[in-house]
Design a protein around this ligand. Structure first.
Ligand SMILES: [Zn+2]
Length: 93
């Protein structure tokens, strides 16, 4: 079940801390989006979350895909030669 973010549509209107700051609600995909705050009844809207799962991780893709790392993990790195054959370039290293 996805987690949806809700926030008061108009913070100037009557609203509570709960919806002014925004809150998360676990809902089924098929569920109708909430239209009012469950605590104070103020109008709320669903806010789209930025998918930031990848950017949070300190992955160094370049390092991960380096020849040394690939070889250490048992990968092959096939490169197509000019004659159309694939050669494992990690073999010779
Ligand atoms: Zn509220």
């Amino acid at each position: 079940m996805p987690n949806y973010n809700y926030r008061a549509t108009d913070p100037d209107q009557q609203s509570c801390e709960h919806c002014e700051a925004g809150f998360e609600e676990l809902q089924a995909l098929s569920a109708d989006p909430l239209t009012e705050c469950p605590q104070c009844g103020a109008p709320i809207r669903r806010v789209i979350q930025k998918p930031n799962a990848m950017t949070n991780r300190r992955w160094n893709t370049k390092k991960m895909l380096s020849d040394g790392n690939l070889k250490r993990l048992g990968f092959k790195k096939l490169v197509k030669e000019s004659d159309g054959k694939y050669v494992d370039v990690l073999q010779d290293k």
